[in-house]
Design a protein around this ligand. Sequence first.
Ligand SMILES: [Zn+2]
Length: 397
Amino acid sequence: MLPGIREFDRESPRGAPEISDIYRQSIERLVLMQRNGVTHFYGGPLHLDDEKDVWLSPVEVDDGEQYSYFQLLYVNTRPEEVLSNPDVAVSYLEIDEASFKLTAVDSLGYEQLTSQFSGDRKQVLIRHCKTGMAYYPRPVTPNEDPDLVYKHLEQLVDAIGIREPEVSVSLSKLSEKDRVPVTTDLLETVHARKYPFGGGEIHSYGLILDGDPWQYYEIFTPHEIERISGEDLLVRVDSGCDIGQIYDDKGCDCRDQLHTALLEMQEVGNGLVIHIPSQDGRGFGAATKMETEGLKRGIEVVFNKGNIEPVDTVVAARMVLGEDFDIRTYEGAGRVLASLGIKSILLKNDNRLKAEGLAAGGIRVTRKRTNTTGTDSSRQHIEAKHKHVTYFGEDEN
Ligand SMILES: [Zn+2]
């Protein structure tokens, strides 16, 4: 049994989906190794450019009191190979998540990141994730305590049998003053930051919603949160996607959707994005998400033994989790809007469940199409989504 796999209380007002048997079984199948509080999932391939071979495995470390979420990036190698022969270079990769999600792909920061994946050398990069989730319902809230991170890193390295990272690569652009918690008149935030974006800037606010299944929320706006106002406010509810929004995986349009929405908000000078990092992979977490990435590429993985035809994102999710694969809920996003006094929105989304979830919370929702067309490689992903029953059709308003 995995640590933390438990039913949510059905009577609780948090609105969390309960854990279905099919989810429980799938997540247990996806464990590659479990030892001394460390759960290492098989993971799956990143879809970068052809010269880069990177495999991402989510890893959770639990010391009995607290847990952390790491991503292990296997460059030019695979987890099974490293576990049987741990003589491989290991580096620590530190990324400021929000700033990378807002970084232009042609920027210097990005070059620094992708250079870590270049060349033929076999290596493992270990990244501590401040937010996100390896599997539901274990969302990670930002943890900046270096002692705890180091303790969990040691536990991880020990359990897997690899050496300690020799090199630490920091791609964080933040200064100490950016990390200070700020309480605005409207919301108690764990931090408020400002990032350059699209020729202007984007303000970001992190907040923790107690009792919410996704726990940590981030708000991105083109100006200070106190200045948000008006009827029919332009809003996007954005589920996190580490592979698309941090590593620039070419297989999805999540980064494009986030940037397009923010650019539009900058242009009109109003609006907000409610970003929910732990909703990665339609709420099921990175362990399952990476399995679907393997299925999308037709790579032999846990749920694909001997049937190596590539499938689209929706079919892949169904193969692992059955018909009800989208377990995201939007009560928390509704709570964020309510605390800001926002009653009516223009929702920039293609997903029916988001619109319905917010409307159920008493928000008047008018839908606005996203209109991202994607690139050649993400086109298939977008088409598959629009064909699915929970999405608006491509021509539908
Ligand atoms: Zn994505």
